[in-house]
Design a protein around this ligand. Structure first.
Ligand code: SF4
Ligand code: MG
Length: 317
């Protein structure tokens, strides 16, 4: 498969006061292949949204480089960012906060096409109508304002906005976690249908492993800014290798109460350490029941331990 996005030792730090660095994304290298959905999972604060924003060029990376279609993109450069902002789009978690309340739905959807000088005014309006229909709304909605819509409809508007510039790559940052459960599967199915039709590549960020399993071809697990495991979706569920991924899986509620009682022992205990000036060693060491002295000293590198299955843990070689 061809690579669409390559991250090469990408880090993102935020300065949070004198000599203090919050390491949100720590030295991540990975490829995203054309037409796939890469699920990115981890607890809140693990850096998954920051990674999504770095990939989108919303936050410049502190170090490392990014390639798109084999070419390096420098998102600090206005021109690169402009070109890239047509190829890559993002769908945000909160469909309300991400839509300008003073703009009509039609102008929200048309804005990206204007920025990228796509089509004349008449054709743009035509596209707005088509896009509204594509996402399950209708053309009469173009003259209305975001507050007139439900959460699920707003997320559909956010999707139409992302599609308007005909992107190749879409970062979906927890696009359904703010929605009612009854609406969630509709939005997921819409995203899947759009991918089948247009061949989009998705980076799908979530904390819910059930959702990620359903939509992703491969899954990346993040912990405290680090990529700790990466594999095909089926592989990672069948052979979960990293102790953190195992704990994350065990925390997915099981409908059968007997099984629910049995899994108690693998549930996470202890706190996530601070991401500010992190200690050396494995980031998971203070919560890991397999931790040894070595784990506290030496941080494990991501290594391929089964075909296409990468893990960063001293237990696996
Ligand atoms: Fe646990 Fe050590 Fe593996 Fe880290 S490296 S996950 S502490 S066994
Ligand atoms: Mg987030």
């Amino acid at each position: 498969m061809d690579k669409l996005v390559t991250l090469d030792h990408v880090s993102k730090h935020f300065h949070v006061g004198k000599g203090k660095n919050l390491v949100a994304v720590n030295d991540i290298s990975l490829d995203i292949y054309k037409g796939e959905t890469l699920g990115v999972v981890g607890e809140s604060g693990c850096g998954k949204s920051t990674l999504g924003r770095v990939v989108m060029g919303i936050y410049p990376a502190t170090s490392g480089k990014m390639l798109y279609n084999g070419k390096q993109v420098n998102l600090r450069h206005t021109k690169d960012r402009y070109v890239y902002s047509q190829k890559a789009q993002i769908i945000f978690q909160d469909p309300y906060a991400s839509l300008n309340p003073r703009m009509t739905v039609g102008s929200i959807i048309a804005e990206g096409m204007e920025i990228h000088n796509m089509y004349d005014k008449e054709k743009r309006m035509q596209r707005v109508y088509e896009l509204l229909e594509t996402v399950g709304l209708n053309r009469e909605h173009a003259n209305r304002f975001p507050h007139e819509f439900s959460g699920g409809q707003r997320q559909r508007i956010g999707i139409a906005r992302a599609l308007a510039v005909e992107p190749e790559f879409i970062v979906c940052d927890e696009p359904i976690s703010a929605l009612d459960v009854s609406i969630q599967s509709q939005i997921i199915n819409l995203l899947k249908d759009l991918q089948a039709e247009h061949g989009f590549t998705y980076m799908f960020i979530a904390h819910d492993l059930n959702i990620v399993k359903y939509i992703s071809d491969r899954i990346a697990v993040m912990y405290l800014g680090n990529l700790v495991e990466l594999a095909d979706s089926d592989e990672i569920y069948a052979h979960t290798l990293h102790p953190y991924s195992q704990a994350l899986l065990a925390s997915v509620p099981i409908p059968d109460p007997d099984k629910e009682a049995q899994k108690e022992s693998s549930v996470l205990s202890g706190d996530v350490p601070s991401p500010i000036n992190p200690k050396p060693g494995c980031p998971f060491a203070n919560r890991c029941k397999h931790a040894t002295e070595r784990c506290k000293m030496e941080s494990p590198k991501l290594q391929e331990v089964r075909p296409g299955h990468f893990v960063a843990c001293h237990l696996h070689k």
